[in-house]
Design a protein around this ligand. Structure first.
Ligand SMILES: *Cc1c(COP(=O)(O)O)cnc(C)c1O
Length: 423
């Protein structure tokens, strides 16, 4: 089936329950096991039915199944935020002493999570260039457990060289993790290009209207094979004493062991569970994702073309623009060459950048992306203000850089708004 159809129907049978067409919100913490034996079977994972909503919930299940179908994954696990999705993924792969290879162009929260908070837990991070991967292989050693990058990065709008990252990772049987927040499953599916784990901040395009904070982790049908009997990943191949010595690799291939462990170890212990209400809202978001991504992308292209011709604008970064650096890959990999709603442009300096954001009337000064309403952000004074000068430079963020998240308004009005702010 095509993605537009899956987004509306997969993971839910409207003839189940009361026959409701909309997926019901199961606003529920606990489940009645009926008998003590059934309760015991659930706790030893002999029966994978519902135990408690920190682990799983019927409304959340529909969202997870639908997202997995849209990404071409074997399973998905929703989390309370995108940050939680990144943390949960890493907690499902690394132990103290291990190393994560992280792209130099990722979300500011991912940088601080890995380089500071996970460093406090004894997990090391090494940085690589996701556009030019020449040095990536030299960073790999026995402690390397994950290679993390963003498919289209926020806020630099840089496209990762997915094919080469995947081929290097596969040579060493290392798990690749792609944050696909900016493109969304409507425009690109990293799993089809061999990525093992796809992360989303569902707070952005999937939620769609700036409504819910949420995240998700999708695993590839090929990930079981990479983890099983791979000495790099003891968490999957050695007994889990908290489940009486269960070994995740012993599950048959009808179970996705990465998402199984993510639920039964990571959600169980760290508790970054999504609310069923937010899962319900994300289900509504998925229904229109395809339509919205098309309109976001078309509006962004019109805005980018306007900015590229404005004398006060030093440069525009948008892969949808002809002659831009990413245009060739965008055309080759993204649905119809559509490049999402995010773009960056550079003006002379910090003060001018701040002045422009103050003068816009339709674009709001907000640190978010993927809302239906257009947003203007000055990363150097907001999202990336915690980074040092040298970290900003590595992240490719100049002080005059402005990020736009182009919404679903009329492109004509958006361009008029930017014109009066720039002139
Ligand atoms: C926003 C964002 C995150 C973090 O997600 P939250 O839902 O805000 O916690 C992670 N990665 C990218 C690319 C993002 O844009």
């Amino acid at each position: 089936m095509e993605k537009q159809t899956l987004a509306l129907h997969s993971g839910y049978d409207s003839l189940s329950g009361y026959g409701t067409m909309a997926v019901p919100i199961y606003f529920n913490t606990a489940y009645n096991f009926g008998t003590a034996d059934m309760a015991a079977d659930r706790f030893t994972l002999k029966d994978l039915g519902y135990i408690y909503s920190r682990l799983s919930n019927p409304t959340t299940d529909v969202f997870q199944k639908r997202l997995a179908a849209l990404e071409g994954g074997s399973a998905a696990v929703a989390t309370s935020s995108g940050q939680a999705a990144v943390f949960a993924t890493m907690a499902n792969l690394v132990k103290s002493g291990d190393t994560i290879l992280m792209s130099d162009k990722v979300y500011g929260g991912t940088v601080t999570l890995l380089t500071s908070s996970l460093a406090n837990f004894g997990v090391k991070t090494k940085v690589f260039d996701a556009e030019n991967t020449n040095e990536l292989e030299s960073l790999i050693d026995d402690t390397t457990k994950a290679i993390l990058f963003e498919t289209l990065s926020n806020p630099q709008i840089s496209i990762a060289d997915v094919d080469s990252i995947v081929s290097i990772a596969n040579k060493y049987d290392i798990v690749t993790v792609a944050d696909n927040t900016v493109l969304s499953p409507a425009l690109y599916n990293p799993i089809k290009d061999g990525v093992d784990v796809v992360i989303h901040s569902a707070s952005k395009y999937i939620s769609g209207q700036g409504l819910s904070i949420a995240g998700a982790v999708v695993s590839s049908p090929k990930l079981n094979e990479k983890l099983k009997n791979n000495s790099r990943y003891p968490l999957y191949n050695e007994p889990d004493e908290t489940y009486h010595g269960l070994v995740y690799s012993d599950f048959t291939d009808s179970f996705d062991i990465f998402s199984l462990r993510l639920v039964f170890r990571v959600l169980r212990d760290f508790g970054m569970t999504i609310s069923p209400f937010n899962s319900f809202q994300l289900i509504q978001g998925l229904e229109t994702l395809d339509l919205r991504m098309e309109k976001h992308s078309k509006n962004a292209l019109e805005v980018a073309e306007f900015l590229a011709n404005h004398p006060k604008v030093k440069s525009v970064t948008y892969p949808g623009l002809k002659n831009s650096k990413g245009n060739k890959i965008a055309k080759e990999k993204f649905k119809d060459g559509l490049s999402s709603g995010l773009l960056c442009f550079e003006v002379e300096n910090y003060d001018i950048a701040k002045e422009i954001s103050d003068k816009t009337k339709i674009f709001s000064v907000v640190v978010n992306i993927g809302d239906s309403k257009s947003i203007i952000t000055h990363p150097a004074s907001t999202t990336h203000s915690q980074l040092s000068q040298s970290e900003l430079k590595t992240a490719g963020i100049s002080s005059g850089l402005i990020r736009l998240s182009v919404g679903l308004e009329s492109a004509k009005d958006l361009i008029a708004d930017l014109k009066q702010a720039l002139d």
